[in-house]
Write a protein that binds this ligand. Structure first.
Ligand code: BG6
Length: 481
């Protein structure tokens, strides 16, 4: 199968930090189909060789351990070209169309790794020059809009040029191996399904903690905030994978229909419930990994006095027969104590304990990062004394050990899927809009609330109100146990 993969925003961070390294790994592992051309498109004038050199230098920077040898890079770079384009000039799109048509590849993937405000412009031009035939797919990076109306507007313009099956909305969390294993765990095994319901599960926690701050992205981040940056997409997508009903098949729409139903079942927020069930925070100076770090307001390009949230913890419920009354806690933040993303499924305690001592309820932990694995926490008899007291033990599954080779990273997986036209791990427009619909009352309530985010010291797990949110229901966050 021949393909052309075009990166708009070809010199931008996303392209050289994530996309090209992912493609390089795919090529190195022999997973990139042969017969591909990679074209980077950007505003400045430079030749193919200068672009290849630019990438070469950066590939070493991104991951020294994976630095390519001369031969490896030469083979990879031979497929790579560069093209100058002014995204506002119709002629430049006509030139691109000609470049594509001259070869007539089976598949053309146009990856918009640009600022999202350019998506409508680019899609309109692509449609106008006819670079939207049935063999063309367009990949859209988040953030897609900053609220429901702007997301709908982007989708409207994209839809005018591309069908739903041609528009691939990326949420890179869906490409993470642990997320795919979550589907495998739930729908490839019979073991958990009978337990996966309100009668057996006490609550669910989804944590995406980062130890990094906003770095040099202060201006972007300040206009976004943790709710839009992480909850509206990554955390909600994880929630849908946990809560969805078994789909009728592994077909993309069968899965996305079920995910959409979950999003539609989320308990809507009101002004009162935002005040009660949502905690927003902003990091102050502190210590992370033994290093003193500045507070959010002292980061570069952050406006003075900003009220932007760098932390969110919230409680919600999925209002359907399976989950009624089960709290789902979502939490994300920058400059937290560790880089740690995981999901905890806490089962109910035994109804009638007969053993003395520990009565801790079982839990299943799905670990996304830094490691990727599963832990099932049980109680077992230690048999070290004559009385039978139980001790906590866990069954640990480390996917890197279980499958030592052949594992692909999130962007590698999603790029390969985009080329192959596998849509399961891309977000459909109705899912994305429904997620906006659900977060919008939170944004509105915050805009009206004069209190602003609660401070937390860098290197902690967020404001104390986050622990209180969970404690109110008699629970604790996983790391507080
Ligand atoms: C991105 C956010 O979508 O995800 C960033 O915009 C965040 O702010 C990043 O740092 C986290 O991704 P990962 O894969 O490193 O957990």
């Amino acid at each position: 199968m021949s393909f052309d993969l075009v990166f708009f925003g070809g010199t931008g961070d996303l392209t050289w930090r994530k996309l090209i390294p992912a493609l390089f790994q795919a090529a190195r592992h022999g997973k990139l189909p042969p017969g591909g051309r990679l074209l980077a498109v950007a505003r400045d004038e430079r030749g193919d060789d200068a672009y290849r050199q630019f990438i070469r230098e950066r590939l070493g920077e991104v991951d020294r351990a994976k630095r390519p040898s001369d031969d490896e890079f030469a083979r990879f770079a031979a497929q790579m070209q560069y093209r100058r384009m002014d995204l506002a000039r119709p002629d430049d799109y006509a030139g691109l169309k000609q470049w594509v048509d001259e070869r007539g590849a089976d598949t053309v993937v146009l990856y918009l790794a640009t600022s999202p405000h350019l998506f409508p412009l680019i899609c309109e031009h692509l449609g106008r020059v006819g670079l939207n035939g049935p063999n063309v797919r367009v990949v859209l990076e988040k953030p897609l809009g900053h609220d429901l109306a702007s997301a709908q507007e982007i989708n409207r313009v994209v839809r005018a040029s591309f069908s739903e099956r041609q528009a691939l909305r990326i949420d890179h969390y869906l490409g993470k191996p642990a997320v795919q294993n979550l589907t495998a765990l739930r729908f490839g095994n019979a073991l958990f399904e009978p337990l996966w319901r309100r009668e057996c599960i006490a609550h669910i926690q989804i944590t995406i903690a980062e130890s990094i701050g906003v770095g040099t992205r202060g201006d972007f981040y300040d206009a976004t905030g943790a709710l839009r940056d992480m909850i509206q997409n990554h955390a909600l997508q994880l929630l849908t994978m946990i809560a969805m009903e078994p789909p009728a098949s592994a077909d993309a729409d069968a899965i996305r229909d079920e995910k959409l139903k979950v999003l539609r079942s989320l308990k809507p927020f009101t002004e009162d419930s935002v005040a009660r069930d949502v905690v927003r925070g902003q990091y102050k100076a502190g210590t992370v990994d033994g290093q003193a770090v500045p507070g959010y307001l002292d980061e570069v390009r952050v406006p003075a006095g900003s009220r932007c949230e760098t932390f969110v913890a919230l409680r919600t419920e999925v209002q359907n027969w399976r989950w009624a009354g089960v709290p789902f806690y979502l939490r994300t933040g920058k400059r937290l104590a560790a880089r740690d993303a995981h999901i905890v499924v806490r089962f109910r305690p035994v109804p009638h304990p007969i053993f003395p001592g520990t009565t801790r309820a079982n839990k299943l932990v799905i670990k996304l990062q830094p490691e990727d694995g599963l832990e099932l926490h049980l109680l077992a008899a230690k048999c070290s004394s004559s009385t039978e007291t139980l001790s906590p033990v866990s069954l640990d599954l480390d996917f890197d050990k279980a499958f030592p080779s052949d594992r692909v990273g999130a962007y590698e997986r999603l790029l390969l899927d985009a080329i192959a036209g596998r849509l399961n791990l891309f977000v459909r427009s109705d899912e994305q809009e429904q997620a906006w619909r659900w977060v919008e009352p939170i944004l509105d309530a915050w805009a009206r609330d004069a209190t602003g985010p609660r401070p937390y010291a860098s290197g902690t797990w967020g404001p104390p109100a986050s622990s209180a949110l969970v404690a109110r229901d008699g629970f604790t966050w996983d790391e507080e146990e």
